[in-house]
Design a protein around this ligand. Structure first.
Ligand SMILES: Nc1ncnc2c1ncn2[C@@H]1O[C@H](COP(=O)(O)OP(=O)(O)OP(=O)(O)O)[C@@H](O)[C@H]1O
Ligand SMILES: [Mg+2]
Length: 258
């Protein structure tokens, strides 16, 4: 798995170099629209594979953090509580400070595990996960974020839920990072065949005609990767944005995935 990741990253770097430096590119491959389209297709495939590998690695790290790190921290906190009862009172203050530090570590570890692998998605499904994502974005980043989620007629496949959740998270993080918005809205509607999620903001907007390829060459990977993951399941992402007029992103995905 490690070598697969390294290979994918390497391919990405090589492609980025080629696309970032037209002089270099012209020596090896002519920069024609057909070649650019070929690169985009190759990159999409790589992005899809990379996402799968990343997902697997995230899950593995989250499990290890939980099983080997989080559990021991909880045990250490319990043992410290038992020790506190046995120690002379003059040590009490110090033990309580250590107890508080371990408490913080448990809290941070849980936050990292949640970030890596949102268990809520497995436990309570997409609706609850999107709602708490909106709350989290609002509390952490001070952006007023609301979620209007229509119930899906039947439970969506795990993979579909996961791809949708990660796509919405990327779109919201983009709002936080780039939009200078004061509000963001998530709206999920569902027909028997399609799930549609709209994420819009009232921020500064951007020129959406900028080529995905030129974005990639300067390391902007988020939207490209979202598109690649959606396309893998037969879905797509459309973005409507004008400078000064906010941004509206619409995800459409077949309820069963492709
Ligand atoms: N909601 C938004 N408001 C304003 N600009 C946006 C918004 N979403 C995306 N953009 C613009 O589109 C660009 C591409 O977004 P993308 O998610 O692909 O890359 P990134 O966020 O810059 O980097 P990465 O996601 O790889 O960390 C951003 O750099 C930004 O200029
Ligand atoms: Mg991004």
């Amino acid at each position: 798995m490690r070598s697969q990741t390294r290979c994918l990253l390497l391919s990405r770097i090589v492609l980025r170099r080629l696309t970032a430096n037209p002089r270099h590119a012209s020596k090896s491959v002519a920069v024609t629209p057909a070649n650019v389209a070929k690169y985009e297709e190759a990159l999409k495939t790589l992005a899809r594979e990379l996402e799968c590998v990343k997902e697997h690695e995230r899950q593995k790290i989250a499990e290890q953090l939980h099983d080997e790190f989080g559990q021991d921290l909880v045990l250490a906190k319990m043992k410290l509580g038992q020790l506190l009862d046995k120690l002379p009172p003059r040590y009490g203050g110090c033990v309580e400070e250590i107890d508080a530090i371990i408490g913080d570590l448990i809290h941070h570890t849980r936050a990292v595990i949640h970030e890596l692998y949102p268990q809520q998605l497995c436990e309570t499904g997409l609706t609850a996960a999107l709602q708490s994502l909106a709350e989290e974005i609002q509390t952490k980043h001070g952006l007023i974020c609301t979620a209007k989620i229509e119930l899906t007629p039947r439970r969506l496949k795990d993979e579909v839920q996961e791809v949708l959740f990660r796509a919405v998270r990327e779109l919201l993080l983009n709002v936080v990072k780039h939009a200078r918005a004061s509000r963001a809205k998530i709206a999920l509607t569902c027909s028997p065949d399609f799930v549609v999620i709209e994420v819009c903001d009232d921020g500064q907007g951007f020129d959406r005609h900028k080529s995905a390829l030129s974005n990639l060459s300067i390391g902007k990977f988020g939207l490209f990767s979202v598109r690649a993951r959606l396309a893998q399941l037969g879905g797509n992402l459309r973005i409507f944005s004008r400078v000064g007029k906010g941004t509206r992103a619409i995800i459409t995905l077949p309820t069963d995935g492709a």
